[in-house]
Structure formats: C-alpha cells, structure tokens
Design a protein around this ligand. Sequence first.
Ligand SMILES: Cc1ncc(COP(=O)(O)O)c(C=O)c1O
Length: 424
Amino acid sequence: MSQSAAATITARAGIAQDTAFGAVTPPLYLTTTYKLPGFKQPGQYDYSRSNNPTRDILADALCELEQGARAIVTGSGMSACLLALQLLGPDDTLVIPHDCYGGSYRLFTNLAARKQAFKLQIVNFQQADWAEKTTAAKPAMIWLETPSNPLLQITDVKAVCQLAAALTAKVVVDNTFLSPVLQQPLLLGADIVVHSTTKYINGHSDIIGGVLVAKDPALGDELKWWANCLGVTGPAFDSYMTLRGLRTLVPRLQLQQHNTSELVSFLQQQPLVSKLYYPGLADHPGHSIAKAQQSGFGAMCSFDLAAPADALPVFFASLRLFTLAQSLGGIESLICHPGSMTHASMAASAQQTAGIGPTLIRLSVGIEAPADLIADLQAGFHAVANWLSSQQNRVSSQQATSKAAASTKSDQQYRLNPALTAFW
Ligand SMILES: Cc1ncc(COP(=O)(O)O)c(C=O)c1O
C-alpha cells in the first residue's frame, strides 16, 4: 500500500456516513446498550463490550491499513498481546525474541512461569542459528517485534514466516514501532499483527489503546469471541480519540522521520555517542532487510552515551525539549533510559543479554523544528562534557591535594625527625 493510499484511508475513515443527521465527522456512541427492534429480534448492535459503532470505524480503518480480514480494538497494547496469546494452551510453545518491549517480556515470562499458560523459548533472531533454535523449539506461535524496542534490531519477517509455515506455527508481529504506514507484516506472511495504538496510531500521548489484526477471517472471529469473553475490547471514547489521531498518521510520520534523520546525522558526529542504533544507517546490521520490508526507517533511535552512568542525570536535567518520559510515537519528542524505565521489568541479566547497556538512551522524535531538537541535545552533551571535565579536575585536584599532603607530611617528618634535621 502506498503512503497516499494510507493517507486516504486515514483521512476518510467513517467520514460522511452518518445516516441519522448527515454528520461529516462520525459521531461518538457512548451508549453501553442498544434497543432491540422487537422481542427476539436482534439488531446490528446489542452491547458495547461486544460491538460499538465508533470502535468499529476505527477497527475497519486499521484492518484496511494492515490489509487484514478482522481487527479488534482493545483497551491497551498489552491487552492486544494478551488476546493473541489466547490461541495457546499449556502444551504449546511460544518462541519470543530476546529483545522486545519489557512489558511484553514480563507478560510472556510470567504467564509461562506462574500460570503454565504455555511453554516459552527465547531465541535471538539476530544470530545465525535462529532457524535451528526455532525449529528445535517446535513452536505453535512465534512472536516478533521489528524494529525491536529499544535497540531497533530488525528481523526478517518473510524468512521467519517461511519457516513458521513449515512448522505450522502462527506468526505474530508487534508493529508498534512503525505503524501500518511503514510496515505491513501480514503482507510479509504473518498471521496476526498487534499494535499499541497508544503510540504512533493515536500519536498524541493522550489515549492508551491497542489493536489486533488477523489475516484469516476464521482466526479473527475466534479472537473476536475471546475479546468479548475476556472483556478486553476498547472504550468508545478512546476509539473516537484514536480515530481523530489516526487521520494525521501519514503526515506526522513523514515529519517525524525527517526530523529523525536530521538528528541521526547530528548524533553520528557527536563524540559523546559511543554507539548509535538506527536502521536507516548503512552500517546497521538490519539495514538491508529494513530497506526491503519497511517503507521508511521510522522515528525512533537509540544511542549509548560515552560517559559513566553518573552522567545520565546531568544529561537529562539539561534538556528543555526532550521530555524524560516512558512511551513513544507522540507528536512531542520524548527521551528515556530503557534500563530503568521501559525495560525495568527485565532482570539485569536479561537486559545484558538483550544488549541494553547502562547508558543506553532512547529517543522518540516528534514534530518540533529539527534545529531546536538538535540544539536541545547539544545542550545535554555540553553539560555532560563540562561534568566530565569537572570530574577530571576534581580527581586531579584530589591527586594534587594528596600529593601535597604527602609532601607536607614528609616535610613535617623532616622537621620533626631529629635525625633528619641534621641535614638542614
Ligand atoms: C512495542 C510495544 N508493544 C506493546 C506495548 C504495550 O502497549 P500499551 O502501553 O498500550 O499497553 C508497548 C508499550 O510501550 C510497546 O512499546
């Protein structure tokens, strides 16, 4: 799907379809229940946990954007993930990537260990033996997150789906980091796509929501049944707000990607950045796969600060535009320290395995003027450079003081030692 097709779907979803009053903007139906046309005569809607007209407009738009058969709008990204996991039983194995959103990792590991909901196998899809390890696990489901949170690692969705087909495993892709405008996993062979619509799809950091899109209608119907049964469908008001946010998804992403590429060029030149993670860089290990399976490199990037972890508060405190906060994908730029924030639910050892270092910083780039964003980061790096040189000065002056103290001491020893005074 071209970006112009996506722009049309997002701008026109539900527009001018109101049969009651001819409202151009689709109305918000806050009702929980619906009048039956007559006794034992079902209407189109009966109860809003099952179906709601406002939520349906959003679901239809997201379904069309992902080119799926059914979409289920949920109350959060996590409930969309939980919904997909209903397809698994205690004897099934779920393969997950070693590097994914901390909350998803917490859900998978706790459901497996504390509820025996399924068996779990963690695979590093960046290593050459991923296919061998995945095959050996005999999975019923393979979970992918590409680009991954927070290291922007890229997984070859087509290659994994080909293997999954041979293993009769379902593939679920968390497409939160790109949105259907930049990546359509169902077209690459996946069975299910999930999103935290809290991020790019809503785009204004004022709604928590999620969506699950299924390629196969029967699978979608089964999951829709579970969504109603579990009560994970999203509220009508949140759907209304998300639909409003969705309308500008394409131009927002275009601007955010442009700003990200400007920031990445700046960060490449920055001596206090020891490693930069962005799939748009030619030397990123997943660059060519990203180029093939995405239609843009996205608006997230991460970097390791080349300073001790003690410099992090100095860096964060000197920023005026980048807000230190969890989440991503909004029109405002956010900065976060995955180790202590988004990925705090991963044990230190799991963080280390995933490659999340102590000074890893993640940026979610917004739509502000790129020059202002660069100036903001520049101020942060200056503050860290000053802090490092003051640390250096402190160490040097401490060394000088202890040297002086040592020589004063030896002076005193000379003076006080009657044996030595003979030399004066
Ligand atoms: C990749 C990814 N998936 C899922 C989620 C969970 O979404 P939510 O916070 O809407 O429940 C997040 C949240 O940050 C995320 O980054």
